[in-house]
Design a protein around this ligand. Structure first.
Ligand code: SF4
Length: 429
């Protein structure tokens, strides 16, 4: 990587961040070169992605949500959303979808500027969000590609039954694997899958270790703004690769060093030296003004010690690991257990547990205007978590990648009021 990039003054980047940056850049280069190399592209969603399986067919993974959020961080998503709206997509549609469609309509250059060839396989792992289905239906109808659906039953009763597992396993064996074999021309080898699963499990151990360091005071990490970087490789095209395992091992060493030194998280303006508030956050961050949003927290000494967003691509803290011994069953369990596939009571219990286990001051919900799947019920969630923990909650609203829905003054006001409320509660106690 260019030395000039390394010396940018505004952000402190650790080795793990450089490793991740290089992995992402390589993946976009591989996608761009796929027509020459003959490798097939699979587009799939972050929750319920079967990355280890696709690697058995030398496929290159492309996750549309991460393209959208990267375009959002680079301030490119606004024009893409407008383009999709000009083609008739309503203002209320999920802005990840509009950013993705708009990107394709404008020539399909990815976030790094490399061309993104259309996917050969649209692998629709349906984990809790109806929009996923409509999204790939639109992509298939407008831009082509073969769609294969993996229907993952919703955890309506808060548990995974053997029937549910069998149903997903059957689809992986009878629909997903044959489609991958046909499209890639490569025969499935279960031993190859086992090797990738073993790599995933190592990386997952390290990720859990890193996220749980936030139980310390001060926390050496921010589990939301920093957390979005920590989950990057495992939630996208790299789970199961040696590169991802190496990334998490490096990250663990870096976080351990900060923990041993009693240091706080690293922010874009350097280390946070005084931890005043410990929060649990529900909902994704705003991407178009990510730095500005983060600053509203660290300037006040607020650290996010746990977040649901770092679980949307897999919940590992309760012990689930990708299992090389029963690889296909474990892929099914992975899909069934994603945060997006949990019902409201399970989510409330999880957030309340975070507040207790991480000794947080309360729950903050960043409700996403255009995410109809997860914004519904969030006020109920807030009240339930407040009732379970006795800690005050707060509700703010923004959007994922639509810059029109980020009101900095409004958000800052609400956050400041929330911090005052926490102070009052402390004084009263
Ligand atoms: S979960 Fe929300 S943000 Fe994600 S695809 Fe569904 S509607 Fe969009």
């Amino acid at each position: 990587m260019a030395q000039a990039e390394k010396t940018q003054p505004e952000v402190q980047k650790e080795d793990s961040m450089w490793k991740q940056k290089e992995m992402i850049a390589r993946n976009y280069r591989d996608l761009a070169a796929s027509r020459e190399t003959g490798r097939k592209i699979v587009s799939t969603f972050v929750p319920g992605n079967l990355n280890e399986l696709f690697m058995c067919f030398d496929m290159i993974s492309n996750t549309p949500e991460t393209n959208a959020l990267r375009n959002g961080m680079m301030k490119k998503s606004g024009a893409m959303i407008m383009e999709a709206e000009r083609h008739g997509h309503s203002e209320d549609v999920c802005t990840y979808v509009k950013a993705d469609l708009g990107m394709m309509m404008k020539g399909n250059l990815g976030p790094t500027g490399d061309p993104l060839p259309m996917a050969d396989l649209l692998m629709l792992s349906y984990t809790g969000c109806f929009t996923f289905m409509k999204w790939f239906e639109l992509v298939r109808d407008e831009f082509g590609g073969e769609a294969v659906m993996l229907h993952v039953p919703y955890q309506a009763d808060g548990e995974i039954t053997q029937n549910m597992r069998d149903y997903v396993v059957k689809q992986i064996k009878e629909d997903v694997i044959p489609a991958c074999e046909r499209i890639s021309g490569i025969k499935f080898d279960i031993d190859r899958l086992r090797q990738y699963m073993a790599q995933s499990a190592k990386a997952e151990d390290d990720l859990v270790w890193v996220l749980e360091t936030a139980k310390n005071k001060p926390s050496p990490i921010d589990s939301y703004f920093g957390g979005v970087y920590y989950i990057g490789p495992i939630f996208t095209a790299f789970r199961g690769t040696e590169g991802a395992t190496d990334y998490y091992s490096t990250l663990r060493q870096e976080v351990k060093a900060r923990l041993d030194a009693g240091q706080g998280p690293i922010t874009p303006d350097g280390e946070l030296t005084e931890e005043k508030y410990r929060l649990v956050v529900e909902g994704p961050p705003n991407w178009t003004s990510f730095r500005e949003f983060w600053k509203m927290f660290y300037e006040e000494g607020a650290v996010v010690v746990a977040s649901s967003y770092t679980k949307v691509g897999g919940v590992y803290e309760d012990g689930f690991r990708h299992d090389p011994v029963n690889p296909i069953e474990s892929l099914a369990d992975y899909c069934l257990g994603c945060y997006t596939n949990l019902n409201l009571p399970a989510r409330a219990d999880m957030l309340a547990k975070y507040i207790n286990d991480y000794e947080a001051d309360g729950l903050l919900i960043n409700s996403i205007k255009s995410c109809n799947s997860f914004s519904a019920g969030q006020l109920l969630l807030l009240r339930e978590v407040e009732a379970q923990t006795g800690k005050p909650g707060a509700f703010i609203e923004s959007d994922l990648v639509d810059p029109r829905y980020f009101s900095a003054a409004n958000l800052k006001n609400r956050l400041e009021s929330y911090f005052q409320m926490i102070n009052q509660k402390r004084m009263a106690a």
